[in-house]
Design a protein around this ligand. Structure first.
Ligand code: ATP
Ligand code: MG
Length: 573
C-alpha cells in the first residue's frame, strides 16, 4: 500500500473525524480484529469508475492504511450479461492512478464453488428452496411496505427435491428464468429484503472469467457478505442504499455459522457492514447506467470524454489524483445523502493545480503586436519563472521578438477607465518582457483589430521602469515566429441543469459544454508538454495536453478556469 496522504478519517492529531473511523477505533480498542483492519473496494466491472467510486476507494484504502491493515480490490462479477474485461482493466488503472495499491486482486467469481456448496447447505437445513415461479410472479407475491408477501406454492418442497433441482439448474437443464433458488426467511417481514430473497438465477451467458462453466449465478446479496467473509474482511463499507440489506447480510452469515460452516479464512470474527452516504455532484449524473447511455448515444466522446465524471475523463481533463483525494476527504462522511456543488470539486482541483503546474504563456484568440523599435531580426531569450508557488520549479527561457501574438481581448480601441490593458497611447508590461506603449492599430475589412503597433522601452528589461513610472496591467504574449499552433478545447459542465439525475437527460444537457478554439498560439515550451501532465496558461486557466492531435496541431483541454467562485463564496459566508 502506498503511503497516501488522504486524511483517511483522522485529523493530524490522530482524532477520528468520522463515525466509521470511530467505529474502527472502538473495535480495535475492544480487542476485535486483532489481525488488523481488512477492507475491500468492490466494483462491479460493468462500466468505468466515476468520482463517486473515488470516495469509496479513498475510504476503504485510506482506512486500511491508517489502521495498519489491508484492502482488497474485489470485482463483484456476478452478472456476466453486463460485465467486460475492458472494464476490469480500466478499474485497475483508475485505482492505481488515484494512488492506491490493493493487497490482493479478487473476484466474486473465485468463490462460485464455495457459494454453491454453501447454498446446498442452506437447502439441506431447510433454509432455502427452489422456486418454479416466474420473476413476475415472485415480484407480485412479495407484497410491499403495507402488504405482507405471500408464500410460494413451492416453499414447502422437500430439501431433497430442491437439492436435485438446484443441481439440474447448475447442469443447464433449464432455460433463463425458469427457476430460482430462494432463501426461506419470512414472507411477512417488514423488511422486503427478508421476504425469501433470490440467491441464484439461471443465466446462460458467457462469463469473462469463468467462461461457460456456470449457468447459475449468485445474486449480489448472496455473493457479497460471503465474499467478505472468505477474504477476512473486518469492515464492509458500502453506500446507504444497502442499509436495508444489512439484516440479510447478517442473516446469511449467522445462518452459515449456525450450520457449522467454519470461517473460510480461519478468522474468529465475521465481517460487519457499515453504510455511508454516496457522493453526488451537481450538473452531472453518476449512475453507470446513465453514463453508459451518454457514451452509447454519442453525446460524449467515450467514457473518458473530459466532461464525464469518470476517473478516466477527469484524468484526461487534467484533474490530479491529489486534488481529487483532497476533495473527497474534504467532503467527509455522514449518514445522510447530499449533493455537493461541482464548483467545490473544481476548487480542490484548482488548489492542487496551482501548486504543481508549470506556467506557460498562451494566446487563445491571437492578434499581432508589432514592436516598431525592436532591432530587426533580434531574438532575446527572456528568463521566465515556471511556478511562483514553487521555487524549485525553476525558470525557463522564452524567446521574444519584434512580432508577438497577444490576446484580442487585451486591446481595446476605446478602452474604458478601468481597462488596464492596451489601448491607443497606453502603456503595459509584457510578462517577463518590457513595457510597451501602443502607437496605433490596423483592422481588417470586417472591422476587427488584427495588428497593434507599439514601441518598447529597453530600460524596463527588469520588469520595472528606472524612472519609477507605473503601469497598471501586465499582458501575456507569444513570439509569432516561435509559436506552437494548437487547438484548445474549452469544457464546461455537461449538464446545464443542476440536478440532471431528476430531469430528462437530453433536456438537461448543456449545449455549450464544449467550445473548440482552433488557431491558438502557445509558447515553444508547450511543444514538449506531455499528455496527462497539467500546466497553467497564465491568465487563461489550467490545461492539459490531450493525446489527440487535430490535423497536426497539438490539442489542449481546459481542466478548470482560474477564478474560484466557490472558495470566494466560502470566505464571504
Ligand atoms: P452505479 O449505480 O453507478 O453503477 P454502483 O454502486 O452500482 O454504482 P459499484 O461498482 O457496484 O457501483 O460500486 C462499487 C462501490 O462503490 C460500492 O461499494 C458502492 O457503494 C460504491 N459507490 C458507488 N457509487 C458511489 C458514490 N456515488 N459515492 C460513494 N460510493 C459509491
Ligand atoms: Mg452496482
Amino acid at each position: 500500500m502506498l503511503g497516501m496522504s488522504t486524511d483517511a478519517g483522522s485529523t493530524e492529531h490522530g482524532q477520528p473525524t468520522h463515525f466509521i473511523a470511530q467505529k474502527i477505533e472502538a473495535d480495535l480498542a475492544g480487542g476485535n480484529f486483532r489481525g488488523g483492519v481488512v477492507t475491500r473496494f468492490p466494483p462491479e466491472p460493468n462500466g468505468f469508475l466515476h468520482v463517486g467510486h473515488a470516495k469509496s476507494i479513498c475510504l476503504n484504502f485510506g482506512l486500511a492504511a491508517r489502521y495498519g491493515g489491508r484492502c482488497n480490490l474485489r470485482f463483484d462479477d456476478t452478472n456476466p450479461a453486463k460485465e467486460e474485461q475492458r472494464y476490469i482493466d480500466g478499474i485497475k488503472e483508475d485505482v492505481r492512478w488515484l494512488g492506491f495499491e490493493w493487497a490482493e486482486e479478487r473476484y466474486a467469481s473465485d468463490y462460485f464453488d464455495t457459494l454453491y456448496a454453501w447454498a446446498q447447505k442452506l437447502i439441506e437445513a431447510g433454509k432455502a428452496y427452489v422456486d418454479d415461479q416466474s420473476g413476475e410472479q415472485i415480484r407480485a407475491s412479495r407484497g410491499d411496505l403495507v402488504t405482507p408477501g405471500t408464500e410460494s406454492p413451492f416453499r414447502g418442497r422437500s430439501a431433497d427435491e430442491s437439492l436435485e433441482l438446484f443441481a439440474q439448474m447448475k447442469a443447464g437443464k433449464f432455460g433463463d428464468g425458469e427457476k430460482v433458488l430462494r432463501a426461506k426467511i419470512d414472507m411477512v417481514s417488514p423488511n422486503l429484503n427478508l421476504r425469501d430473497p433470490v440467491l441464484y438465477r439461471i443465466l446462460h451467458a458467457h462469463h469473462p472469467r469463468t467462461g461457460d462453466a456456470w449457468c447459475v449465478y449468485p445474486m449480489y446479496d448472496w455473493a457479497h457478505g460471503q465474499s467478505d467473509w472468505i477474504e477476512g474482511v473486518t469492515h464492509s463499507l458500502c453506500s446507504l442504499e444497502f442499509e436495508d440489506h444489512r439484516p440479510l447480510y447478517d442473516w446469511f452469515l449467522d445462518t452459515l455459522i449456525d450450520l457449522g460452516v467454519e470461517s473460510p479464512s480461519g478468522v474468529t470474527y465475521r465481517p460487519r457492514q457499515t453504510e455511508f452516504n454516496r457522493l453526488n455532484l451537481t450538473h452531472t449524473v453518476m449512475s453507470k447506467r446513465k453514463l453508459r447511455a451518454l457514451v452509447e448515444r454519442g453525446v460524449v466522446d467515450g467514457w473518458d470524454d473530459p466532461r464525464m465524471p469518470t476517473l478516466s475523463g477527469m484524468r484526461r481533463r487534467g484533474y490530479t489524483a491529489a486534488g481529487l483525494r483532497a476533495f473527497v476527504d474534504g467532503v467527509g462522511l455522514s449518514k445522510r445523502n447530499q449533493t455537493i456543488e461541482l464548483a467545490r470539486m473544481e476548487s480542490s482541483i484548482r488548489e492542487d493545480l496551482n501548486e504543481v503546474t508549470p506556467r506557460r504563456m498562451a494566446v487563445l484568440e491571437p492578434i499581432r503586436l508589432v514592436i516598431e523599435n525592436w532591432p530587426e531580426g533580434h531574438v532575446e531569450m527572456r528568463e521566465s519563472v515556471n511556478n511562483p508557488e514553487d521555487a524549485s520549479a525553476g525558470t525557463r527561457e522564452v524567446p521574444m521578438t519584434g512580432e508577438l501574438f497577444i490576446s484580442a481581448d487585451d486591446f481595446m480601441e476605446e478602452p474604458p477607465k478601468k481597462f488596464f490593458r492596451l489601448g491607443p497611447g497606453r502603456e503595459v508590461r509584457l510578462r517577463f518582457g518590457y513595457f510597451v506603449t501602443c502607437t496605433g492599430y490596423e483592422k481588417d475589412d470586417a472591422g476587427r483589430v488584427t495588428v497593434v503597433r507599439c514601441t518598447y522601452d529597453p530600460a524596463t528589461s527588469g520588469g520595472n521602469a528606472p524612472d519609477g513610472r507605473k503601469v497598471k496591467g501586465t499582458i501575456t504574449w507569444v513570439s509569432a515566429e516561435h509559436a506552437v499552433d494548437a487547438e484548445v478545447r474549452l469544457y464546461d459542465t455537461l449538464f446545464a441543469e443542476e440536478s440532471p439525475e431528476k430531469a430528462e437527460l437530453d433536456a438537461a444537457l448543456n449545449a455549450e459544454s464544449l467550445k473548440v478554439v482552433s488557431g491558438a498560439k502557445l509558447e515553444p515550451a508547450c511543444a514538449e508538454a506531455v499528455a496527462g501532465e497539467p500546466i497553467q496558461f497564465e491568465r487563461v486557466g489550467y490545461f492539459v495536453r490531450d493525446a489527440d492531435a487535430a490535423g497536426g496541431a497539438a490539442v489542449f483541454n481546459r481542466s478548470v478556469g482560474l477564478r474560484d467562485a466557490w472558495a470566494k463564496a466560502q470566505k464571504k459566508g
